[in-house]
Design a protein around this ligand. Structure first.
Ligand SMILES: Nc1ncnc2c1ncn2[C@@H]1O[C@H](COP(=O)(O)OP(=O)(O)OP(=O)(O)O)[C@@H](O)[C@H]1O
Ligand SMILES: [Mg+2]
Length: 817
């Protein structure tokens, strides 16, 4: 801080004695452009104007002093006196250098300021009389304060302004005289010529100081504003530039990849409009599209979003197949595709009739139940054809997760809609025939119960708003014609069964199989193997042989496979030997095509046997003949049951034995016969699991026969559940069982009286060829089945006290006494 106190003589005279000494001098004058020269300021410039050079030369010839005044308008070349500011600076010419082009380069140092009083122009340049004014240095505390303030302001100003060098500037103003201080600061301000001139014209240093403070304040303010604006503008610019750059880059990449972002969004928009979605779905899709638009196109998120939109667009919302409701036509098609199945076809036609009468019927869901290969799946296909709908098939075998039906929420990585929605997409129409194959093979575990989801699908009251987790909007399934299939019904959850109308397809009889083969299978396989009709003829006898000796099934799938087998062999002959070869397959040729017999004719036993009874069983693959053997050994009353029997069948073996024991006297057996014997019951074939209560009467018959040694008639087959009191209860699967007995050659069958009603299902020819006996009680069974009547006389006295360790034969003797 400059110390003015030491230099000043009279502090009181601070404002009074200002401008105390004035002087007048005459000097050459040179107008200057674009710059105001302050005292103490060193400035270089080039002089080119004729008049100026003369003035300069005049000065150089004298005491090297020249008066410099700024012209009003820098553009004027020969300014007049009134075009030049009246206040200027008397400068000392420090250096001058004549340049080759005639111009002179000078370095001047500002001296006192002066005001022009008079101007003379006679010598071709200006000569002026100027008045100068000297000020006595003053110093007061308030002036010091002002100096301090201006110093601080200037420092701030230098810091803010980027054009000034801080160090040099601060050094420059370290002067201890107010006049010099103010002029140095003024000279270094970055302000307009007018403002600088204004400062130059203030002769009094104290006034100048005050004015400087004002100007600095204002300038700092301006710089600050500039800075923030600049900062903001810069930031904005940067961000905009960055985005612009990135977008351009993405566009370039997209172009390189051959994609056009914009058009894709537009296309999606159009598709959404055209899809005919429900309001909910449409809202959802539009919302998603908006989100997609905002996302960077290559991000993982946008892929998810786009996939979702694609799914929304892919499922059918309004497109439907035109339904054919003509009953006659449907009947024709059903008959074209399938032989027999009269009841099923009838039911389907009824269903179609109802649809014709009711616009939107809440139709029941059909469930085809039956053994493999009886045409359940192909019936579904046929129904689709008959009604002019699309056909889709979803196999539920092994499905054990609810999410497979209903999909995963979109938040999961790789989430997809459930199978129902996927199939609807495949169908492409809102009213397909939808076959849910093998509902009975569906399982459930900790991941959830798929049948619960199916409940919703199959409930006409609910399925118009089916909720798929992925799709997340309600989807209308009510126009879909659902059909389910199953091999057995008891594994289908009860609530599901409840929603369906069960239609049973039982196995085919041999003549039916024959018809199916002749009408459908042979033709189909001939076609599939590229044979002409003339290439292959299968005689009826040959077909019968195939059916009997190469297949054992309720349906016709294996039969079809064997026929295909024959066709392939013929196809080979056609290609290798002769295109027009004509082969007629006779029964004796079948062996050549299909190899050794897989099954022999089930022959009846040669003669009636003791302890050997024939039952009829029903399995998932249709009816079967079941032989039951019982044998008696000396022992302690143990009952052994073998042949992979299930719990129910074992229990029914025990019940049979209990019945026998309770009837011992009636059967002609000692009351405690069981104490001395072990009974073994075996059901071949040992490796095949068997279960169910329907073998009850057969088991009892075999045991009684073994105990009494009365042989069982070989031509008789029987079925029925037995109670401890000897009642015979009804059984299921009668048709299949009778078919099996018929196939096996049994002539007489014994069945529970309560099953009489089921005979309606049994083909007439089978009924005619079988001698069907209805029974209520076990006694009747024994009467019919055993070779001779039971001896009811019991000779207790022949019973030995203690049973000897007898041989098998001896034991039997004892027991049948
Ligand atoms: N009554 C019939 N008339 C004509 N062809 C039939 C008949 N029954 C079955 N078929 C034929 O038998 C083959 C097997 O039928 P399909 O596949 O429909 O059996 P399925 O009952 O669905 O068996 P699975 O329970 O094993 O699924 C098909 O080629 C089908 O055309
Ligand atoms: Mg099937």
């Amino acid at each position: 801080m400059p110390d003015y106190s030491r230099k000043q003589g009279n502090p009181q005279s601070m404002f009074s004695g200002r401008g105390e000494k004035s002087d007048t001098r005459t000097l050459p004058m040179m107008p200057i452009r674009d710059v105001v020269i302050f005292p103490y300021m060193m400035t270089p410039f080039v002089v080119g104007r004729e008049s100026s050079i003369r003035a300069l030369e005049d000065a150089l010839a004298g005491d090297r002093k020249i008066f410099l005044a700024t012209q009003h308008d820098a553009a004027v070349d020969e300014p007049k006196v009134n075009e030049i500011y009246q206040v200027g600076t008397i400068a000392n010419i420090v250096q001058s250098l004549k340049l080759p082009d005639g111009n002179i380069k000078v370095l001047v140092e500002g001296g006192e300021r002066g005001k022009i009083l008079k101007v003379a122009t006679e010598e071709g340049y200006f000569r002026v009389s100027v008045k100068t004014m000297a000020f006595r240095p003053v110093s007061t505390p308030s002036l010091d304060q002002l100096v301090q303030k201006v110093t601080a302001l200037f420092e701030q100003y230098v810091k803010l302004s980027q054009s000034l060098n801080y160090e040099t500037m601060i050094a420059a103003i370290k002067v201890d005289e107010v006049g010099k201080f103010t002029d140095t600061v003024a000279a270094n301000l970055n302000v307009s010529i007018e403002e600088k001139q204004e400062l130059l014209e203030i002769f009094d240093p104290v006034d100048r100081l005050a004015r400087l403070a004002d100007i600095l304040d204002l300038e700092i303010e301006k710089l600050n504003v500039d800075r923030t604006i600049q900062g903001r503008v810069k930031r904005q610019m940067e961000r905009a530039q960055r985005e612009y750059y990135l977008n351009e880059k993405i566009k370039a990449i997209q172009k390189e990849l051959g994609r056009n972002e914009k058009s894709e969004i537009d296309e999606l928009k159009k598709k959404i409009e055209a899809a005919g979605m429900t309001k909910d779905a449409r809202d959802k899709a539009e919302q998603e599209l908006k989100r997609l638009e905002m996302m960077p196109p290559m991000s993982a998120e946008s892929t998810v979003s786009r996939n979702y939109l694609d799914w929304l667009l892919a499922v059918p919302w309004k497109k439907k197949s035109k339904e054919i409701r003509e009953i006659e036509r449907a009947e024709k098609i059903l008959n074209e595709d399938h032989y027999g199945l009269e009841k099923i076809k009838e039911r389907i036609l009824e269903f179609l009739a109802v649809r014709q009468l009711v616009k939107t019927p809440k139709g029941s869901i059909l469930c085809f139940v039956g053994p493999p290969g009886v045409g359940k799946t192909s019936l579904g296909r046929s129904i689709a054809r008959a009604t002019g709908r699309k056909f889709v098939r979803l196999s539920l075998g092994g499905v054990r997760d609810e999410a497979e039906i209903r999909g995963h929420r979109r938040t999961y990585i790789g989430a997809l809609p459930g199978q129902i929605i996927q199939m609807m997409k495949k169908a492409g129409t809102t009213n397909p025939v939808f076959l849910l194959d093998e509902v009975d093979k569906m399982s459930m575990d900790f991941r959830g119960d798929p049948s619960a989801a199916l409940l919703e699908v199959l409930d006409p009251e609910q399925n118009y708003m089916f909720a798929d987790h992925y799709l997340d909007v309600e989807y209308d399934l009510s126009k879909v014609f659902f059909i389910t299939t199953a091999n057995v019904i008891h594994t289908i959850p009860q609530p599901l069964q409840d929603r369906m109308e069960i239609l049973r397809l039982s196995g085919y009889t041999e003549p039916e199989k024959m018809e199916i083969a002749k009408r459908f299978l042979v033709r189909k396989q001939r076609q599939q193997n590229g044979l002409k009709e003339s290439n292959l003829t299968l005689t009826d006898e040959a077909l019968t042989s195939v059916i009997r000796h190469y297949t054992r099934e309720a349906g016709v799938r294996n039969l079809e496979r064997e026929i295909a087998n024959i066709c392939r062999k013929i196809a080979r002959k056609v290609t290798q030997e002769d295109k027009n070869i004509q082969v007629t397959v006779q029964p004796e040729d079948v062996k050549d095509y299909l190899g050794v017999l897989k099954f022999r004719d089930t022959k009846l036993e040669e003669k009636n046997e003791v302890g050997f009874a024939t039952g009829m069983a029903w399995t998932e693959v249709g009816g079967q003949i079941l032989n039951i053997e019982a044998s008696i050994m000396p022992g302690k009353g143990k009952l052994t049951l073998t042949g992979k029997l299930g719990d129910v069948m074992q229990e029914s073996g025990q019940a049979a034995l209990s019945y026998v024991r309770s009837r011992a006297s009636k059967l002609g057996l000692p009351a405690d016969f069981y104490r001395h014997v072990d009974i073994h019951i075996h059901v071949p074939e040992g490796a095949i699991p068997k279960d169910g209560p329907s073998a009850g009467i057969t088991l009892a018959t075999a045991v009684v026969s073994a105990l009494t040694k009365i042989p069982v008639r070989r031509e008789i087959a029987m079925t029925g559940e037995i109670t401890l009191r000897g009642r015979v209860l009804p059984i299921g699967g009668l048709k299949e069982k009778l078919l099996a007995a018929h196939r096996a050659g049994n002539q007489t069958v014994i069945i529970p009286r309560d099953n009489e009603k089921d005979l309606a299902d049994v083909p007439a020819n089978v009924q005619q060829q079988l001698n069907i006996c209805f029974v209520d009680m076990m006694d009747e069974v024994l009467d019919l089945a055993l070779e001779r009547k039971l001896e009811t006389e019991v000779k207790l006295e022949t019973q030995p006290e203690t049973p000897p360790a007898l041989e098998h034969e001896a034991s039997r003797d004892t027991l049948t006494n």
